[in-house]
Write a protein that binds this ligand. Sequence first.
Ligand SMILES: *[C@@H]1O[C@H](CO)[C@@H](O)[C@H](O)[C@H]1NC(C)=O
Ligand SMILES: *[C@@H]1O[C@H](CO)[C@@H](O)[C@H](O)[C@H]1NC(C)=O
Ligand SMILES: *[C@@H]1O[C@H](CO)[C@@H](O)[C@H](O)[C@H]1NC(C)=O
Ligand SMILES: *[C@@H]1O[C@H](CO)[C@@H](O)[C@H](O)[C@H]1NC(C)=O
Ligand SMILES: *[C@@H]1O[C@H](CO)[C@@H](O)[C@H](O)[C@H]1NC(C)=O
Ligand SMILES: [Cu+2]
Length: 574
Amino acid sequence: MKTIHFSTKTCYLWLLLGLHTIIASLASPSGTHHSHEFVIQTTPVKRLCRTQRILTVNGQFPGPTVQVRNGDSVAIKVTNAGPYNISIHWHGLRMLRNPWADGPSYVTQCPIQPGGSYTYRFTIQNQEGTLWWHAHTGFLRATVYGAFIIYPRLGSPYPFSMPRKEYPILLGEWFNRDPMIILRQTQLTGAAPSVSVAYTINGQPGDLYRCSRQGTVRIPVQTGETILLRVVNSALHQELFFSIANHRMTVVGTDAAYTKPLSTRILMIGPGQTINVLVTADQTPGRYYMAARAYQTAMNAAFDNTTTTAILEYIPRNRNVQPSTPILPLLPAFNDTPTATAFTSGIRGLSQNVVFKNSADVNLFFTVGLGLIFCRNPNSPNCQGPNGSRFAASINNNSFVLPRTTSLMQAYYQGIPGIFTTDLPPVPPLQFNYTGNVPRSLWTPIKGTKLLKLKYGSSVQLVFQDTSIVTTEDHPMHIHGFHFFVVGAGFGNFNPSTDPARFNLVDPPVKNTIGTPPGGWVAIRFVADNPGIWFLHCHIDSHLNWGLATALLVENGVGPSQSVIPPPPDLPQC
Ligand SMILES: *[C@@H]1O[C@H](CO)[C@@H](O)[C@H](O)[C@H]1NC(C)=O
Ligand SMILES: *[C@@H]1O[C@H](CO)[C@@H](O)[C@H](O)[C@H]1NC(C)=O
Ligand SMILES: *[C@@H]1O[C@H](CO)[C@@H](O)[C@H](O)[C@H]1NC(C)=O
Ligand SMILES: *[C@@H]1O[C@H](CO)[C@@H](O)[C@H](O)[C@H]1NC(C)=O
Ligand SMILES: *[C@@H]1O[C@H](CO)[C@@H](O)[C@H](O)[C@H]1NC(C)=O
Ligand SMILES: [Cu+2]
């Protein structure tokens, strides 16, 4: 039987290369308790020829990698030594009956105020793979994020042959301003936020940007060996294509679930998603770029058109030969939706994951998309969106507004009225040609804090339907507290009488974040077996800020084993 083991040599190499993320050996048995301290602080970091002060965890950028096994318990004490209210979300972790540990500000908790602290306590229950953690307050996750790796129980092998080494590959976006100032500006003007000035791999832009060569991340490989890359899209706003020159990748997992092996040259990964790939060093020894750049679907929108790189470096290098300039992989054009679709639809789950096959107890149909609020005075400094408007976004015409005085979960648990309602329409309040030429009279959504209530244990089918209001666009939809089966997707309007017949109920992939194809739809299924209030939103933070969100209120079932646990005593208050 194979067990996970990382030699101390691997750690040493990482240290030598100056990388912050170290894959240590994890020889502990399942059921181990892990304690961590996260101190949120302002840290000077030099990127793109200048020193910038950014918010970090423990001074590290990206933040520390949390490594656990399935079955372990975790306590992470987060102390806020920074200037902003903040909370941390453990993205993709199910947090069964324990929404108090989930983290989104004003959804499951009030933020941790400057000087305060809160300990997130939770158990890993039947999840394995790559997840990540990030700030869930405003745009602070731009710099506050890190990998969260769940290994199998000690002695349980991966369902693929053991890689020699493993590396997290966190893709990010770099802004030359404080992301909170960018957020305030967009809230003030109603316009789209300024785009990033670089993409990053493990916090480094790479060789193609000025003053960045020295920091470029290098991944060492020996000829013939196979390594596992745990790719995470932690970018604030951008879907990305990712490729490695001359090397094929084999996808073996997405989010926290294994997949059937899929061989590919290109990944398309949306914000919030993770993809595990095996890479075999089977090319002529040398140096090869791995690179990422935008997959951009919104029409006529500005975006960051730069390319981030790291280097896959065969070792040992022949010392007598000057290091050659690495080869760049060919990346698809920024708007290559056919390539993105071919990749995403090629991913298959393991058939032993069981999706319910009968019709669902609850059928939800959510339109997701942008909107515009037209101003009385279009020249107002508050109306700098298209044609004197402010941007909005909605689900079923409801543009979500977070509460300010307490969190949804605290209001629910303590019975505080007037904080939210549970009347989000399960289907669009108005039927229209969602992906056609939508009349202007339909473009402005209603603002509110509308949730959707689900009975404990109900089987749910949810179709996300993109709209062409303002623009069609790929919206990476994320649901907290659940993972779900992706059973179908297509372009145009979902047809409830013909499309379900083509659903994949045999080996659908399991995810926590799924892109709604631009001008199309995606169908998911899950069982509402986790009581609590769970945020559901687009993982493009500008869209979330404009209201592309709601929350699922899953009622308690019967008895304590189907009910939300009591809140911890140190839960932050507003
Ligand atoms: C993006 O950059 C590439 C070169 O890297 C260029 O060929 C392409 O035209 C640019 N696209 C846009 C939309 O600016
Ligand atoms: C802005 O106005 C112009 C001219 O009336 C129109 O062609 C364009 O579609 C409008 N754009 C948006 C996003 O409303
Ligand atoms: C919806 O709009 C699209 C694009 O204009 C058009 O091709 C399609 O026929 C329309 N569908 C219906 C049902 O009107
Ligand atoms: C959304 O609601 C507003 C206000 O009632 C209405 O004007 C608009 O037409 C609605 N749009 C859609 C797509 O339902
Ligand atoms: C921080 O959170 C507290 C409690 O919710 C709130 O009163 C305060 O206004 C927040 N500060 C900022 C700057 O948002
Ligand atoms: Cu979106």
